[in-house]
Ligand binder design. Structure first.
Ligand SMILES: C[S@@+](CC[C@H](N)C(=O)[O-])C[C@H]1O[C@@H](n2cnc3c(N)ncnc32)[C@H](O)[C@@H]1O
Length: 350
């Protein structure tokens, strides 16, 4: 990065990781700590095109996440705040080259072109782990590509009213937390993320999913939209069972059509409960296999088998969902049904 002091501002030039020759301008008043540090480290080469001079201290600008830039993200191992390293920002289109570091365990988390990778195993070279089938399926490029191009539309047969209607319904439950931040948990290709961001009803939207390919789709759909408020959206790869957020830091969590895909709904809902601030709202949709299905003999045994094979959780009653939320510390459970479809709402006690 080359730093030039001009007037009352600092201009920073550095090649982006994407095309190697873009220029980014950063304006900072002289008085900031960043400026003071830049006085001692004016020039640093990132490629052979630049000549490196001897920096008297490393060109690392550390900044605790105060809620403005990296907006409440925490280490998925320590749950302590992440510190930005360098000039990284973390909204859509700017994650490439973003580096965040945990102040406690010192682990560094990197961003690529499309998202920040905040799973506990991020950066591992040898270790690889797979999720149950229901989650792994969504990690494939083909399912991710097809998801918004026909796959999701089929949910209508299970009673799902469709994204626009579901969004309207969710908005109703989210009224007490409008203006706050929201996690679109297991966002898939981001159909609700985009609606949340464009609605202007939330200050920040975290599009969170375990699938790298879903996040890529999400990024591409956002890139295609004109006048999209990208600065409001951060794409994060994370496991719902280990959310990279500080406790009590989130106003709302939305999870469309995902509860039944999570390996352990109770661990996931407990995590959601942890990150919600008092009064924060959780809205989710899923299926309930009851009604005529309630008469199927051995349904519980069948469920155990399905769960064993696919890792998908089949809910058998509204009471079961209510019990799940209650045992994870959430209160005020309500739900609406349409066939097998259910939308639930619950909140963290104030
Ligand atoms: C059926 S899609 C739902 C997408 C979108 N929310 C919707 O309403 O259409 C389920 C999503 O859950 C994600 N998922 C599965 N297991 C997950 C986990 N452990 N952590 C985070 N996301 C997970 C999948 O990658 C997939 O994108």
């Amino acid at each position: 990065m080359t730093t030039v002091i001009t007037g009352n501002f600092r201009l920073a030039f550095f090649p982006s990781q994407l095309n190697g020759n873009s220029v980014r301008f950063l304006f900072r008043p002289f008085t900031t700590p960043v400026f003071k540090r830049s006085l001692t480290t004016r020039v640093r080469a990132f490629s052979t095109a630049f000549v490196e001079t001897k920096p008297t201290e490393p060109l690392v600008e550390e900044k605790e996440d105060t809620g403005g830039g990296n907006n409440g993200l925490a280490c998925p191992i320590c749950y302590d705040p992440l510190i930005r390293i360098g000039e990284s920002t973390s909204y859509v289109g700017s994650t490439a080259g973003s580096n965040l570091q945990c102040n406690t365990c010192k682990k560094t988390y990197c961003g690529n072109e499309t998202h920040l990778d905040l799973v506990a195993s991020s950066g591992s070279k040898q270790y690889d782990e797979s999720m149950p089938l229901a989650a792994e399926m969504f990690r494939t490029p083909v399912v991710s590509f097809l998801y918004e191009r026909g796959w999701r539309q089929n949910f209508i047969f299970g009673g799902f009213p469709g994204p626009e209607k579901e969004f309207d319904m969710a908005k109703n439950y989210l009224k007490p937390v409008l203006g706050g931040n929201i996690i679109d948990a297991s966002c898939g290709s981001g159909l609700f993320t985009r609606l949340f961001a464009k609605s202007g009803l939330f200050s920040l939207v975290f599009a969170l999913d375990y699938s790298e390919n879903m996040l890529r789709q999400c990024y591409e759909f956002i890139e295609k939209e004109e006048n999209f408020p990208k600065e409001k959206v951060t794409l994060v790869r994370a496991d719902i069972s280990r959310l990279p957020f500080k406790s009590s830091s989130v106003d709302a969590v939305h999870a469309g059509a995902a509860l039944h895909c999570w390996p352990s709904p109770s661990t996931a809902v407990a995590e959601i409960s942890r990150v919600l601030r008092p009064g924060g709202v959780f809205v989710a949709t899923t299926y309930i296999l009851d009604g005529p299905f309630g008469f199927v003999p051995f349904l519980r045994t069948f469920r155990q088998n399905i769960m064993g094979i696919a890792g998908s959780h089949i809910f058998l009653s509204e009471r079961e969902l209510e019990d799940l939320c209650r045992t994870c510390g959430l209160v005020g459970f309500t739900c609406v049904r349409n066939g097998l479809f259910v939308m639930i709402s619950t909140r963290k006690p104030s």
